[in-house]
Design a protein around this ligand. Structure first.
Ligand SMILES: Nc1nc2c(ncn2[C@@H]2O[C@H](COP(=O)(O)OP(=O)(O)O)[C@@H](O)[C@H]2O)c(=O)[nH]1
Ligand SMILES: Nc1ncnc2c1ncn2[C@@H]1O[C@H](COP(=O)(O)OP(=O)(O)O)[C@@H](O)[C@H]1O
Length: 213
């Protein structure tokens, strides 16, 4: 049997308020058997409705720094006064099990992951306009105005790095956007460079077969 390409490591980045979290929730609802979503550790406080171990592993600064020292993170970054990082063990486990693993992380982390794992697929989410971004951030109601302003100025910096990504996703209509993300990942499995071992198997089989008679 020719094997299908193995699990892909996927990074989804985007401005705060662009809708990454919402897209991921919907994607996991619809296709939970295909994707593993990595849960990051962070020193930021939980928002109302967020639970430790679901949205994030909420940790103190001391606990987070211990995770760094113990080499438990694939990457970590500071974002608007807090640490965020990707625990190593889960990602390695899920990739080994053949799952596509999604990291919802910001751009500095995305670049570190790409450096460590060059096959990583990088996607960047943007809302249809800057005005819509602000209105989503305000509408979410989870940050005070001063934090929203910091996140919007961070977005100005992040916009400078989008060319490092493979795909740009415009999150206008949510359902369409979820399907776009899913189909990009689905199609990525067929890329020749991700199927070199299947190609080599096929060559061996054909050679053996042609020598039979
Ligand atoms: N580098 C890195 N960034 C992360 C990680 N987890 C989350 N982030 C990013 O940190 C930023 C802030 O996340 P959060 O406070 O949850 O705000 P939100 O994006 O507006 O929901 C976002 O850009 C996330 O994608 C991580 O493990 N590593
Ligand atoms: N396609 C969309 N259309 C309208 N509102 C959206 C859409 N996607 C997300 N939102 C809303 O925008 C806000 C920010 O979304 P969220 O997923 O928290 O963003 P992020 O994780 O990128 O910070 C939330 O209130 C969410 O309900």
């Amino acid at each position: 049997m020719i094997q299908k390409s193995k699990g892909i490591l996927i990074v989804l980045s985007g401005f705060s308020g662009s809708g990454k979290g919402t897209i991921m929730k919907e994607l996991m609802k619809k296709y939970s058997d295909q994707y593993a979503l990595s849960i990051s550790a962070t020193t930021r406080s939980p928002r109302p409705g967020e639970t430790d171990g679901v949205e994030y592993f909420f940790r103190t600064k001391e606990q987070f720094e211990k995770m760094i020292a113990d080499d438990e993170l694939i990457e970590y970054a500071k974002y608007v006064d807090n640490y965020y990082g990707t625990p190593k063990a889960y990602v390695e486990e899920q990739l080994a099990a053949g799952k596509d693993v999604i990291l919802e992380i910001e751009i500095q982390g995305a670049l570190k992951v790409k450096e460590k794992f060059p096959d990583t697929l990088l996607m960047f989410v943007t809302p249809p306009s800057a005005e819509e971004l602000k209105s989503r951030l305000v509408g979410r109601g989870t940050e005070e105005m001063s934090v929203i302003e910091s996140r919007l100025s961070r977005a100005v910096e992040e916009a400078q790095g989008i060319e490092a990504y493979d795909y740009l996703i415009v999150n206008d209509k949510l359902d369409a956007c979820v399907e776009e993300v899913h189909s990009i990942i689905h199609n990525e499995h067929f890329r020749v460079s991700r199927n070199l071992s299947a190609i080599s198997d096929m060559r061996h089989q054909l050679t053996a077969f042609s020598k039979k008679d």
